[in-house]
Design a protein around this ligand. Structure first.
Ligand code: RB5
Length: 142
């Protein structure tokens, strides 16, 4: 499975750790940022979200300090379901109930160890469909 990943400066270290930790499990496309120098999260969220929106890639990860700014930006794109996850239960439910296609992590509020568990859970959990399919189909407004 290929995962596209991006962050702002606050998420840079965690992004690099995730790519290193899961180097053999997944194929990665690193869409920046490439250092801890201050940047604006929308400049990284939009290009990644566009690739999910147009079907170029199925799944992504976005990371900023709280996860909120980068997730809010991604969710402006049609067909994007970006879910802020800070523990494994929320990560599992984001896949089971919401068919989330972007995992959003709050770098300043999650340990590296927990972030690894969240990544593992998110990408090994299937969407349940059924009644959740109907709800997910009602999310898009354009
Ligand atoms: C950057 O300082 C911080 O504002 C950003 O990473 C994020 O938390 C915004 O939502």
């Amino acid at each position: 499975m290929k995962i596209i990943i991006a962050s702002d400066h606050a998420g840079y270290e965690l992004k690099e750790s995730i790519i290193r930790h899961f180097a053999n499990e997944f194929e990665w496309e690193n869409m920046g940022t490439y250092s801890s120098e201050s940047v604006d999260y929308p400049d990284f969220a939009h290009p990644l979200a566009e690739k999910i929106s147009n079907g170029e890639n199925k799944y992504g990860i976005l990371i900023c300090g709280t996860g909120n700014g980068i997730g809010m930006t991604a969710n402006k794109h049609a067909n994007v379901r970006a879910a802020l996850c800070w523990n494994v239960d929320i990560a599992a439910l984001a896949r089971q109930h919401n068919d989330a296609n972007i995992l959003v992590l709050p770098a300043r509020f999650i340990t590296e160890e927990d972030a690894f568990k969240v990544v593992e859970t998110f990408f090994s959990t299937e969407f349940e469909g059924g009644r959740h399919q109907r709800r997910v189909e009602k999310i898009n407004i354009h």
